[in-house]
Design a protein around this ligand. Structure first.
Ligand SMILES: C[S@@+](CC[C@H](N)C(=O)[O-])C[C@H]1O[C@@H](n2cnc3c(N)ncnc32)[C@H](O)[C@@H]1O
Length: 327
């Protein structure tokens, strides 16, 4: 007699595009029937994710971390539970949920935060869905540090975030700069709707003012900090994105032939929009080389990133006043 339940709950749906291992359904049913603890399921999930060659980069760096996120979600736990809990056994329903998430992660190549509906940024739990990119900017660690020594967190009164998506950077800035109001803009109404929900969940809707604006078009006044993780993926990279990134809004990624369409616009006007002593902080990721080629005489400060990631620059108001194209 077979030890696996006669179920087709993990069967490949019709029209499936991503190749999945032939035996995934069998393995999934075995896992539900035979495994017991959180640790068992994380080990099983990591092996399946590695074997399937899924791409990481939406908050985790490898298969074990990714499996951990999915299994803990199914178990109703937040990330980083006390070690002894990994040995606790899950109910059949919880095992089915965990295995189901891992199977979907492989079969649909959906980023884990879109499967769980949750993401963490600068220690904050946020709602996360396809209305906006999965928050993962390495700027988080600098927000937590209040951008010291570049800024005095207690003196920051006005912050502008360009391209807020689901609101992660704006909300984290509201936490880091308790005396500041944050203007957070985006061109996507969907993203702004998600940001509104996240601001309300964190009780910062009075200090984070969300609005639709094409870069600076709807913005008035000067700021102590302009911060942004704008779209910066170049055309060649867009053409070969891993499937996971194709679930995200294209408008959050695509930025012209060299990835600098939006960044050029941010740079061109930033000088006239900063207060004395203000700074611009902007992520350009792998488009750093293109930016340095485009502006060879600009002394970008590339911020050190202890938690990984790449391509976050800082420019002072004084540097931006001299910036080519400023006028
Ligand atoms: C890379 S996502 C970053 C989202 C969020 N800040 C984060 O770090 O997760 C870039 C965001 O910029 C927005 N965007 C694209 N073009 C824009 C423009 N011209 N003006 C304002 N926002 C723009 C996109 O809709 C998207 O939400």
């Amino acid at each position: 007699m077979s030890s696996t339940p006669p179920s087709d709950e993990f069967a490949t749906p019709a029209g499936e595009e991503t190749p999945v291992p032939d035996d995934l359904d069998v393995l999934a049913r075995e896992a539900v029937a035979e495994l017991g603890t959180i640790a068992d399921l994380v080990r099983w999930g990591a092996a399946r994710l590695d074997g399937a060659g899924v791409a990481f980069g939406h908050g985790t760096g490898d298969a074990v971390d990714e499996a951990m996120v999915l299994v803990l979600h199914a178990a109703g736990l937040r990330p980083g539970p006390p070690e002894p809990l990994f040995a606790s056994r899950l109910t059949t329903r919880e095992r089915r949920a965990a295995v189901g998430l891992i199977v979907r992660r492989i079969r649909e190549r959906v980023p884990a935060p879109y499967l769980t509906g949750r993401a963490w940024f600068a220690g904050l739990e946020l709602a996360c869905d396809r209305r906006a990119l999965v928050p993962r900017s390495p700027i988080a660690e600098w927000i937590e540090r209040g951008f010291e020594p570049w800024l005095d967190p207690d003196a920051v009164e006005r912050v502008l975030e360009i391209g807020t998506g689901g609101g992660a950077i704006a909300i984290a800035c509201a936490m880091a700069f308790p005396g500041a109001t944050i203007d957070a803009v985006d061109v996507s109404d969907d993203a702004l709707a998600l940001a509104r929900e996240n601001c309300a969940a964190h009780g910062v809707e009075d200090r984070v003012r969300l609005s639709r604006s094409d870069v600076y078009a709807g913005v008035r006044g000067r700021y102590d900090l302009i911060v942004g993780n704008p779209p910066y993926v170049d055309a060649e990279t867009m053409a070969s994105l891993d499937p996971e990134y194709r679930h995200e809004p294209r408008i959050g990624l695509e930025a012209g032939p060299d990835g600098l369409d939006c960044v050029r616009r941010i740079l061109a006007e930033a000088g006239g929009r900063l207060r004395s002593g203000g700074v611009l902080v902007c992520e350009v990721g792998a488009s750093r080389a293109a930016l340095e080629r485009a502006f060879p005489t600009t002394g970008f400060t590339w911020l050190e990133l202890e938690r990984g990631g790449e391509g976050v620059f800082l420019l002072t108001g004084a540097q931006l006043a001299e910036f080519p194209g400023t006028g």
